[in-house]
Design a protein around this ligand. Structure first.
Ligand code: ADP
Length: 273
């Protein structure tokens, strides 16, 4: 399984290489294999909810005299259709990102971005009895697409909530971090949930990879959340870091370069503090 996983990662890297240089035969073959793999995954992911929708529509027709059954199957049809809808939306978003199309670059305030992501996750957190906590504002900006950054942070928060237990805490922290001489804002989402085994830590960023498919389905996951986070980070000149230990929890850290006009203010603030 691990060998296959490494081969798939290599193939994925091969795509970027192929886009830049792509004319030798083995590269073309790798690109073709990736495409086939992806198409097979997409078909499978769409077929499952579609099959469920057909079955439940039939059940609804058969039990049209029983309002309770109609209500039950109707709700399930709606749930599966909603899942298909979000899968298709996420696929479209991901393919735009992979094409490098990022329409709305502007200055984004980091603190309100975190506030909005926390607000969006607050209802799911309340339902799951998870406390969301965060640290003090940092007063910095990044250059980016606010909607994409919000999606990335929300995906990390939803995952953290879904892999924690009632009574747990999920925290969001922010700091400045120098990576290869570039000042980055590091926004970290930490949970004390089930954690991720070392062998799966790279794979969770692959499209459609889930450690536990049943759990992912039950929570409405598409298996694309972290692939999207990874591409959002890369398209902003940043990256995503992961620390995790099974049974202890996980920290996903989103690194985005700080706005150049903040660089002076940033260090001035640090000195003042
Ligand atoms: P999904 O839609 O299944 O959440 P993601 O791409 O967001 O898809 O995540 C891929 C897989 O990574 C999940 O199915 C889960 O197995 C694992 N995962 C993601 N976040 C966490 C986390 N905070 N704790 C434990 N496992 C996680």
């Amino acid at each position: 399984e691990n060998v296959r996983c490494n081969a798939r990662l290599a193939i994925f890297e091969g795509v970027r290489y192929a886009l830049i240089f792509g004319d030798d035969d083995s590269t073309n073959q790798r690109v073709e294999a990736t495409r086939r793999d992806f198409a097979a995954n997409v078909s499978h992911e769409l077929k499952t909810p579609l099959g469920a929708i057909s079955l439940m529509a039939e059940a609804m027709l058969e039990s049209r005299d029983d309002p309770e059954a109609v209500d039950h199957f109707g709700r399930r049809v709606l749930k599966e259709a909603t899942r298909m809808g979000s899968l298709v939306n996420e696929l479209i978003g991901l393919s735009r990102l992979q094409e490098g199309r990022i329409p709305d670059f502007a200055q984004v305030d980091v603190d309100p971005l975190i506030d909005d992501a926390l607000a969006a996750a607050s209802v799911s957190a309340e339902v799951a009895e998870i406390s969301l906590i965060t640290d003090d504002p940092i007063g910095l900006h990044v250059q980016g697409d606010r909607t994409l950054l919000l999606t990335a942070l929300s995906n990390l928060l939803v995952n953290a909530i879904n892999h924690s237990s009632a009574g747990d805490v999920v925290s969001v922290s922010r700091k400045v971090s120098k990576v290869d001489d570039v000042d980055m804002v590091c926004i970290a989402v930490t949970d004390r949930g089930i954690g991720i085994a070392p062998a799966d830590q790279q794979r969770v960023f692959e499209r459609f990879f889930r450690v536990d498919k049943a759990r992912s389905r039950a929570t409405g996951g598409t298996g694309l959340g972290l692939a999207i986070v990874k591409h959002v980070a890369a398209s902003h000149g940043g990256h995503i870091g992961l620390w995790s230990r099974p049974g202890t929890g996980s920290t996903f850290s989103l690194y985005i370069p700080i706005d150049p006009s903040d660089s002076d203010t940033g260090s001035a603030n640090t000195e003042e503090l």
